[in-house]
Design a protein around this ligand. Sequence first.
Ligand code: CUK
Ligand code: CUA
Length: 620
Amino acid sequence: MTQEKDKQGISRRDFISATAIAGVTGAGIGSGMVGISPAFAAKESGNATAIHPGDLDEYYGFWSGGQSGEVRILGLPSMRELMRIPVFNYDSATGHGITNESKRILGDNAPLNGDAHHPHMSFTNGQHDGRYVFINDKANTRVARIRCDVMKTDKIVNVPNVQAIHGLRLQKAPRTGYVFCNAEFRIPYPNDGSNMEDAGAYRTMFNAIDGDSMEVAWQVIVDGNLDNTDADYDGNYACSTCYNSEEGFTLADTMRNERDWAVVFNIPRIEAAVKAGKFTTLGDSKVPVLDGRHGSELTAYIPIPKSPHGLNTSPDGKYFVANGKLSPTVSVIEIARLHDLFSGKITEPRDVIVAEPELGLGPLHTAFDGRGNAYTTLFIDSQICKWNIADAIKSYGGEKVNYIRQKLDVHYQPGHNHTSMGESNEADGKWLVSLSKFSKDRFLPVGPLHAENDQLIDISGEEMKLVHDGPAYAEPHDCEIVHRRKIRTKKIWERDDPYFAETVARAKKDGITLETDNKIIRDGNKVRVYMTSVAPSYGLNEIKVKKGDEVTVTITNLDQIEDVSHGFTLINHGVAMEISPQQTASLTFTADKPGVHWYYCQWFCHALHMEMRGRLLVEA
Ligand code: CUK
Ligand code: CUA
């Protein structure tokens, strides 16, 4: 968007907001605005979209980087990309996948691709607490944790016994707690090639990871495939959508039934069963595996129309909303009724459904504004449908009410949508983002692969208003919009940070003081190089080794000034890393090429940044 267009957009929107004050919200706002100029009043009622140079955004957006395997941080409402966090991918800027610190997190020989879908911030008492963001990797059946103080990935866990971790949401109360995640695809047990054609041997599981230890706490076998999930605000239930209740292998098989289901997990009962030892384990894994298939007291299966997709909890904690996908409806489950379903007071599972509004074609995900309205993406119609939950319930009860408030065109084919703070009990109803899967004609063409289109919508008034198109690379299935008051980041590293604690311990064994020493230690054909960096030079401008040595370079950046990050790139060896102020970083490579190989700093740090370099001398 050009500066000019931006200004025009703002003034037009402010004008509309001013009109809206007079018309729609009249009395309430008007009385509080006595003596204030119309222009200011307009700004107060609507959302200011322009973040001028030097101004900061009000919200952090945590964006899944989709098939890129990373997480991105955006500022809202500007939609500016602020940072990328490598997670399941190789990153040549920071050295994620190259450094010893990142390899400890990723694991040995970890795949360096990922398919990230669902980033979610940890909770305390239903509110985001700024500790961690968790995200799944569907491609390699993993879950990662990102530390929000430094915005780095700090743990990754491989989930055993299953394939393709997809839906991921967190325990909201009393805290996170559990990271709930669905394994999507069914696989035979044991999956050793002995029973590949036996459909009856195929299963998948619902998984809970301990968010503190990042170990898998338990797994529950279910019927059907699992898609998306969410949890309540009381710590009692999680609920997942299921497609392929037919348990078929082919597309035709999976479409046969008119209804699939949402499956509810009774968390206290599952915990009690684990405690009582009512579980098995599979193969080498020690993770407790419980049976939650039809008939189990740990789960409840609620039939809902065909192939549901998104599952979203309303921020008041009252409802799970399952999105129909192949049905034009969403199914609203009243969480309070689940107690009666599990106790047997309710015997017909569908009696927990209190509304099933018909919204349009292809409902995929629903977001909430905290004022009783829901916003559902309609994939096929390319629209967001705003509807009122209370009115939808009245309509289901037989009253003649129109629950649909507005349909807004988006461009095009939206998947997830998200409201500011709307995935916590502090939903503030200011912004909605539509993660549109197709951008078609909305941007300059860049070849057959198109950008996605993340669209910003002002929902602060009665009417939704589209205010910004934001191109995004690789499919950000999901994002989360968190107010900046929740997040406190460090500007430079602390020397005792656990991120590089093992590297510091290794140095200690070598008798090294990282903050002062510039030394090379030889241990057989293993060479450990320790040096400092201060803009614009390394502590060593020459490293001498022999051909075939395994060389570990450990660098400590002594700069204390915010933003003076250094790097270490060794020419023709495929190694590079970031070393931010007060950080220690290390990497290991084999010096297999005799001769001179320059190393240099690849983060522009000083007027003499180009001169920040040295020679690796490899003797034949
Ligand atoms: S899923 Cu992609 S549009 Cu992975 Cu959350 Cu719905
Ligand atoms: Cu140090 Cu560039």
